[in-house]
Design a protein around this ligand. Structure first.
Ligand SMILES: Cc1ncc(COP(=O)(O)O)c(C=O)c1O
Length: 383
């Protein structure tokens, strides 16, 4: 009886929520001691020493107190400048909120803008952290299955709109497919948001790692309802620093700030100070490296017969597994066990991910090469 009462006290959405499926699968596969792990979505290198030095200096200078809730003014100014350049419209520093990674940014947007029962359209396959925060806000994620080329299907998305729909959340480049939204797709999304009075939240965590044009400027006519989410994690190899941001229309500024304050109070000042240094560093060489790795992996996967859409950014490939494979989970387990290569089952990213796996290819060149050789032998031997 006591156990039953304890269960009842847990928030219903939290009770239903799985422990991060990516982390769970990563450690499950890790336990099989594979020689190559292409699982977690993070750069293998450690953060640039200039960023680390900037954090140390900030600590020595005493940046150890509570930071301003919305972020250091200097960082918000730099981010606003960058946002203006990339978006092509005016964004003031007070429209920028510094967050604990893009994950907190997503949570802040959902908790601030959604009411229980509201529906949010998301892409399937897509980043699973988005679903979790929608559910945490007691709202309902409505998955829109990608088309046969794993592109966002906007016609299908429009059919999924109901009287309860409040927002659309999309990532470009997308995790796990690496697909970049075209100017036409973005314009259609903007029009959907306009016609149905929705917020359009664009998760641009991989923005600086895109080699295809991102076309975000086409959203200018809809800017009063568009929110951008950014992250330092992937661009600057700063996953462990937990740093991201939101840039939002003025009418949502106060609600977002109150939510962020209620959740985390603010982001460590010395981390933000180091982020100012990060923004001065070029991302080209890392972008070039992931582009080469992605393209090499994409070509090789298709040559092996695992059909894979060409990624336009980020560091993932999302190939189909052989038609006779039992399921993506079974395939991933067998591949780790028998060929020593760990990849994630596509189903972690939504139902549309079935019969696919995600390879995180931002690893060392030799590791990727070896993993693809093993994958080829595994597939040729009948999986
Ligand atoms: C599309 C997308 N958005 C957000 C995040 C969260 O990133 P952060 O480390 O900034 O919280 C990730 C992490 O993998 C992601 O892939």
């Amino acid at each position: 009886m006591k156990g039953k009462e304890a269960t009842m006290r847990i928030h219903e959405e939290v009770r239903k929520m799985p422990v991060s499926p990516i982390r769970t699968w990563t450690s499950r596969l890790h336990d099989l001691s594979p020689r190559a792990e292409l699982t977690l979505g993070e750069p293998p290198q450690i953060t640039d020493s200039r960023i680390i030095e900037a954090a140390k200096t900030a600590l020595d200078q005493g940046l150890t107190h509570y930071p301003p809730a919305a972020g250091l003014q200097s960082l918000r100014q730099e981010l606003a400048k960058r946002e203006r350049q990339l978006r092509g419209w005016t964004i003031h520093p007070h429209q920028v909120l510094v967050t604990d990674g893009a994950q907190e940014a997503l949570a802040v947007c959902c908790l601030a803008l959604l009411n229980p029962g509201d529906e949010v359209l998301i892409s399937d396959p897509g980043y699973p952290g988005t679903r979790s925060v929608i559910s945490l806000a007691s709202a309902v994620p409505v998955a829109c299955a990608a088309d046969e080329h794993l592109q966002l299907d906007i016609t299908r998305m429009e059919r999924l709109i109901s009287v309860r729909t409040r927002a659309i959340i999309v990532a470009s480049p997308n995790n796990p497919t690496g697909q970049v939204l075209s100017a036409e797709a973005l314009n259609q999304l903007g029009m959907l948001a306009e016609n149905y009075d929705l917020a359009l939240i664009v998760d641009a965590a991989y923005e600086q790692l895109s080699w295809q044009p991102l076309n975000f400027k086409v959203l200018r006519p809809y800017r009063h309802r568009v929110i951008f989410i950014g992250s330092f994690s992937k661009t600057y190899a700063m996953t462990g620093w937990r740093l991201g941001w939101i840039s939002a229309p003025r009418r949502w500024e106060a609600a977002l700030l109150k939510t962020h304050q209620a959740l985390v109070s603010g982001v460590a000042g010395f981390v933000q100070q180091a982020a100012c240094t990060a923004l001065t560093l070029p991302a080209e060489s890392w972008r070039q490296e992931v582009k080469e790795q992605c393209e090499a992996a994409w070509q090789r996967l298709n040559a092996i017969g695992l059909s894979c859409p060409c990624p336009g950014g980020g560091f993932y490939c999302f190939p189909a597994i052989p038609a006779n494979a039992e399921s993506s989970e079974h395939f991933a387990l067998q591949l780790a066990e028998r060929a020593g290569v760990a990849v994630l089952p596509g189903t972690l990213f939504g139902q549309r991910g079935e019969k696919h796996v995600r390879l995180s290819v931002g690893v060392r060149r030799e590791t990727l090469q070896w993993a693809l050789d093993q994958l080829e032998m595994f597939v040729k031997a009948g999986g």
